[in-house]
Design a protein around this ligand. Structure first.
Ligand code: PGA
Length: 254
């Protein structure tokens, strides 16, 4: 089955709304029609820049999809500081990152809250990009497949067939994020293959074969081609390198 690659830029807590505007404009000058045919391109700015980026994408007919970096599982109410899927949908977000390791590490995200957020995303027709990955310690003790398998099983409980089929998963080893270190492309391919086998257990082999699984963690213009050459890897979730429009465009063109 052919899966269209998906390259997403996770801007994290970077870029004011004015900086975001110039980043996305420069990115759109760098990318052409062929690039969008070959890969789905997504940018995930901070919440405060979503409206600005939405407007420039829509007014200039730029075929980059908008994504958010998180959402709350309730639709509205007394949850000071939180953002709901309804708000993101009304800004025409198409994707939302869920369960990024920085949220797991610094903000108490668990597989249970990941699952609630995934459910909320689908309620508002958003496609979750669900992040899984092992720590250095888990890798060193040979537990990578066990850990990511558990994150997939618990994070994706209770999805309908249709929801499951639209899912995007990002495999991001925690130790590779922002560190300049990566697994070898073969190792990443092997773990992503294991993730796909768990997805097949959860939602059936046919659906699992269609789900796009990205690699993330220190992806750069210099290493993207080696990851994309692997049969199980369907794109990338890019942090640091997505803040430079030229690097990100080179990654999209891998
Ligand atoms: P990085 O971040 O590309 O800066 O390593 C990836 C991510 O956290 O999604």
């Amino acid at each position: 089955m052919t899966r269209k690659p998906i390259v997403a830029g996770n801007w994290k807590m970077n870029k004011t709304h004015t900086e975001a505007l110039s980043l996305v404009q420069t990115l759109s000058y760098e990318l052409g029609e062929k690039d969008y045919e070959r890969a789905d391109v997504v940018v995930c700015p901070p919440f405060t820049a979503l409206r600005t980026v939405q407007l420039v994408l829509e007014e200039d007919h730029i075929p980059i999809d908008l994504g958010a970096q998180n959402l709350h599982w309730e639709d509205e109410g007394a949850f000071t500081g939180e953002i709901s899927g309804a708000f993101l949908a009304s800004l025409h977000c198409r994707y939302v990152i869920v369960g990024h390791s920085e949220r797991r590490t610094y903000f108490g995200e668990t597989d249970e809250t990941v699952n609630k957020r995934v459910q909320a995303a689908y309620r508002h027709d958003l496609i979750p990009i669900v992040c899984v990955g092992e720590t250095a310690d888990e890798r060193d003790t040979g537990r990578t497949e066990e850990v990511v398998g558990q994150q997939v099983r618990d994070g994706l409980r209770g999805l309908t067939k249709d929801q499951f089929a639209r899912l995007v998963v990002a495999y991001e080893p925690v130790w590779a994020i922002g560190s300049g270190r990566t697994p070898t492309p073969e190792e990443a391919n092997e773990t992503i293959g294991a993730i796909r086998r768990v997805l097949a257990e959860v939602g059936g082999d046919g659906a699992a074969q269609g789900i796009r699984i990205q690699y993330g963690g220190s992806v750069s213009a210099g290493n993207i081609a080696t990851f994309m050459a692997q049969p199980e890897i369907d794109g990338a979730l890019v942090g640091g390198a997505s803040l430079d429009p030229r690097s990100f465009a080179m990654i999209v063109r891998f």
